[in-house]
Design a protein around this ligand. Structure first.
Ligand code: FAD
Length: 406
């Protein structure tokens, strides 16, 4: 089989998985990552699915439940008073982004990641793909993989009409040291995938491995979805220095008044265990919820889009990392099957993954419908209530969607 020169743009979950798998198939792979050094996460949670663990094992990384994180046995829903109003058995492995990233980084071939390499432009001359970097570097490759996330430079160069669509609600995310929580809180939610459903809102949480730079121990990760008019986003996403962030604001930069209002609401409307998590979080962060959908994952000859660069589904579906890694695996399979004929491989890759990505985005939209519908009329709000019952939320959130695969 021909050994291809492959350039991967973006060194996060999708990019590192691609590098591992294509290198194992014998290709010469280089990852170009904009950050100056290896990425550091905020330790927030990642839901894992069997597909993620299967791809991780193919990368040669440890992929046991204990390697990745914490196993919970089931789900529960708390009412405003903290009473458990519904429960369901559903064993699941919860990881942190940092843990998964670290396993992949250890598995990529040494020296295959170039840091401080921000892609500025890319073009395909039909035979080779040429990439231009902000520092003036220029490289060419047989195949360029855009694994550069939701604001993908690769995608924007070829598909300028594709833009993130604000879903009408935001997520507050918090990670706290589980040992710091009251015993009653740990008992109520610390060992479960837990939910609380205030009118028109949703908070969920689950245990995750502690941060790598801390002594071993669990953290608790919470995500609180709150309907927010687009016009109100500006106030939330303008930081302590007056800078307006587009769609998310980093921890430590959120204005004191915004944090105070969030904490007051947490104490007022959340079940006490969740309120404690939000009140104890030292560095909560805030992101607008988005949908991103590309019409094609092969925007030009020799160019593929994978992971969040291609499709971003709302977090309810819990598929971001799994989908990114399965995209990379599908690309590796297609190249193996086509004997490294790039055109044939990319056609097969797109046939296998594009409809799937679009279906995952649609599934996320369904699961979040009742949060989004708060901005609309009474009839739509009533219709969306069917996604809001404790049973529907427990059955649908972060389980692999039942989507046929090509
Ligand atoms: C530091 C970090 C922490 C994260 N933490 C969490 C978390 O706690 N929970 C969660 O659910 N999700 C988290 N995510 C997002 C999660 O990784 C993705 O939603 C999902 O796994 C798909 O990954 P991806 O590799 O497609 O995209 P991303 O993870 O977004 O990675 C895209 C990568 O491309 C790089 N990049 C972007 N533009 C360029 C360019 N022009 N040139 C070169 N490189 C470029 C970025 O720096 C980034 O490393 C995090 C992402 C990052 C980067």
């Amino acid at each position: 089989m021909k050994r291809l020169d492959v350039a991967v743009i973006g060194g996060s979950i999708a990019g590192l998985t691609t590098a591992c798998l294509l290198a194992r198939s014998g290709h010469a792979v280089t990852v170009f990552e904009r950050s100056a050094a290896a990425l550091t996460g905020r330790g927030a949670g990642i839901v894992t699915h069997p597909g993620l663990r299967a791809v991780l094992a193919r990368c040669g990384a440890p992929a046991g439940a204990g390697d990745l994180g914490v196993t919970v046995e089931g789900r529960r829903v708390l009412d405003r008073d903290g009473t458990v109003i519904a429960e369901r058995s559903l064993p699941q492995v919860l990881a942190s982004w940092g843990r998964l990233y670290g396993l992949l980084l250890d598995a990529v071939p040494p020296d295959s990641v170039r840091y401080g390499a921000a892609l500025a432009a890319v073009e395909s001359d039909g035979a080779r793909v040429v990439a231009f970097f902000e520092d003036g570097r220029r490289i060419s490759a047989d195949l360029l993989v855009g694994a550069d996330g939701q604001f993908s430079t690769v995608r924007s160069r070829f598909l300028s009409g594709v833009a993130p669509r604000y879903a009408g609600y935001v997520a507050w995310r918090a990670v706290v040291d589980a040992a710091a929580l009251a015993p009653a809180t740990r008992e109520a939610i610390g060992g479960h995938f837990a939910f609380c459903l205030p009118p028109g809102e949703q908070i969920l949480g689950y245990p995750v491995p502690g941060r790598a730079d801390e002594a071993a121990g669990l953290c608790f990760n919470a995500v609180w979805y709150r309907p927010t008019e687009e016009a109100a986003l500006a106030a939330l996403l303008t930081d302590t220095g007056g800078v307006r962030h587009a769609l998310s604001i980093p921890p430590g930069r959120i204005k004191a008044a915004v944090l105070e209002a969030m904490r007051a609401d947490a104490a007022r409307i959340l079940a006490p265990p969740f309120a404690e998590v939000m009140l104890r979080a030292e560095q909560p962060f805030l992101q607008a919820i988005l949908d991103i959908e590309t019409p094609t994952m092969i925007p030009d000859r020799g160019v593929a889009l994978i992971g969040d660069a291609a499709f971003v589904a709302r977090p309810h579906v819990g598929m971001g990392a799994t989908k990114a890694m399965e995209d990379a695996a599908a690309l590796a399979d297609a190249l193996d099957a086509a004997g490294a004929d790039v055109d044939a491989a990319l056609t097969a890759f797109e046939a296998r993954r594009r409809a799937y990505g679009a279906a995952v985005v649609a599934r996320g939209r369904d699961l979040g419908a009742y949060l989004q519908a708060q901005q609309r009329g009474a009839a739509e709000r009533a219709a969306a209530e069917r996604f809001r019952s404790p049973e529907a939320v427990m059955a649908g959130t972060a389980v692999p969607p039942d989507i046929p695969r090509a």
